[in-house]
Design a protein around this ligand. Structure first.
Ligand code: SF4
Ligand code: SF4
Length: 156
């Protein structure tokens, strides 16, 4: 009996018609694809991208106070930073900030402990383009920590 049903189904193209019905049901709907990299998909509000240092929005002054908490809390020891104190000043000035992106697990602990308010000196940005063509490009220096990681386009 099963063989007869299968035979009739194949003669009458039942499976093909079922497949076409599904295709026709979804065909009029708008596409969900993004034309990356021309179009970037919006990220969720609490997305954890590459670490970024922030400045005061009005003055452009650095907000990092060189407390070293982010470096100390990192479970993989990926942050190295240092600064100096001008004579008569209480707050230190950041001289260097090296972040080894290649082993970061994006746990967010470093941004979480950063104590500066209302502007956090260290945040997890919305950048997710992590790729680079050499290993040393995976260590971000202070300028890249402020400006963001430049996107490397592949050139033949
Ligand atoms: S996100 Fe986590 S692993 Fe990455 S640098 Fe910060 S503390 Fe370290
Ligand atoms: S925790 Fe924040 S303020 Fe402290 S050194 Fe790190 S980035 Fe600077």
């Amino acid at each position: 009996m099963n063989r007869v049903v299968r035979f009739l189904k194949s003669i009458l193209l039942i499976d093909l018609i079922k497949g076409m019905r599904v295709t026709l049901r979804y065909a009029p709907q708008p596409a969900f694809t993004f034309q990356y990299p021309a179009e970037r998909r919006p990220v969720a509000a609490r997305f954890r991208g590459i670490l970024r240092l922030q400045v005061e929005p009005e003055t452009g002054a650095p907000t990092c106070i060189v407390c070293d908490q982010c470096a100390k809390v990192c479970p993989d020891d990926l942050i190295a930073l240092g600064g100096h104190r001008e004579p008569g000043q209480k707050i230190k000035i950041l001289d260097y900030f090296d972040f080894n992106l290649s082993r970061c697990s994006f746990c967010g602990l470093c941004a979480e402990v950063c104590p500066t308010r209302p502007i956090k000196a260290l945040i997890m940005s919305e950048d997710y383009e992590l790729g680079s063509y050499t290993r040393d490009r995976q260590v971000l220096r202070i300028d890249e920590m402020y400006d963001g990681l430049p996107i490397e386009n592949y050139v033949r």
